[in-house]
Design a protein around this ligand. Structure first.
Ligand code: ZN
Length: 255
């Protein structure tokens, strides 16, 4: 287990990245620049001072309101910052300061970004999917050919499987059953969890989707984007995929 100071440091870095993720989640679906203009209140346009922009605490000492105009600031901002901080701290605690630990933290951040943009805008930005795919490859590369080939095969499996599902869905229902964002997302996921992980992710995503989506759709008539369930399934798979596969094989073969 790494030193407590390193875990705290990873957590603090995570909250800063969470702050940037908030900007990404707000601006990417609107096709706005991530760098310009600097953070401003959407209500009055006042620039947010650096001391009010401190992750989590800025929102707390502002009492969740813009300093000049007192317009409420969404609680989503500090929650996402705290969540990404927790993901980074947990990754450092569970996997140590390692390439695998870095992959866990980055993967968690990408999945939360995807779940948020898909939930709010029905959009999965290419920056999270194609950009995440590049990050997944880069984090697999230091492990040499065994980890890099696993990532490549995983990405190819994720893309091909979702493409096939989308194609079959379109044939069966005569309308687009799954967006291109889901296909690109699963290529990214495959780079982090490998080809077996892709199968587990899609299985868990379908299971969670059916358990949660169908009752909601039935009662409200609202569509719940599938990317959210794939993100949940992918997170579980990264942490416990190997154990799930071992359990399943033992269950089938050991009967
Ligand atoms: Zn304001």
């Amino acid at each position: 287990m790494p030193e407590i100071a390193l875990i705290v440091l990873a957590g603090v870095f995570g909250t800063l990245l969470g702050s940037f993720l908030n900007v990404c989640v707000y601006r990417l679906p609107r096709n706005e620049s991530l760098l310009h203009p600097p953070s401003a209140c959407p209500a009055c346009g006042a620039r947010i001072a650096w001391y009010d922009n401190v992750p989590v605490f800025g929102w707390l000492w502002l009492g969740g309101k813009c300093r000049p105009c007192r317009a409420p600031i969404s609680v989503q901002y500090p929650l996402v910052e705290a969540l990404i901080g927790a993901v980074f701290a947990a990754a450092a605690w569970g996997y140590g300061i390692s390439w695998h630990g870095a992959a866990a933290a980055v993967f968690g951040t990408l999945l939360i970004g995807i779940a948020l943009t898909d939930a709010r805008h029905y959009i999965i930005p290419d920056e999270f999917t194609w950009g995440g795919l590049v990050l997944g490859m880069a984090l697999a590369a230091p492990g040499g050919w065994p980890t890099l080939s696993r990532a490549l095969l995983g990405a190819a499996t994720g893309f091909a499987l979702l493409y096939a599902i989308a194609w079959a869905g379109e044939k069966a229902f005569r309308k687009e059953a799954m967006g291109g964002g889901d296909i690109k997302m699963m290529a990214m996921v495959g780079a982090f969890v490998g080809w077996k992980g892709v199968l587990v992710t899609v299985f868990l995503g379908a299971l969670l989707g059916t358990a949660i989506f169908v009752p909601i759709a039935w009662r409200t008539g609202k569509l719940v984007p599938f990317g959210i369930f794939l993100a949940l399934g992918a997170a579980v798979t990264f942490v416990a995929g190997d154990a799930l596969i071992a359990w399943y094989l033992g269950f089938v073969l050991g009967g």
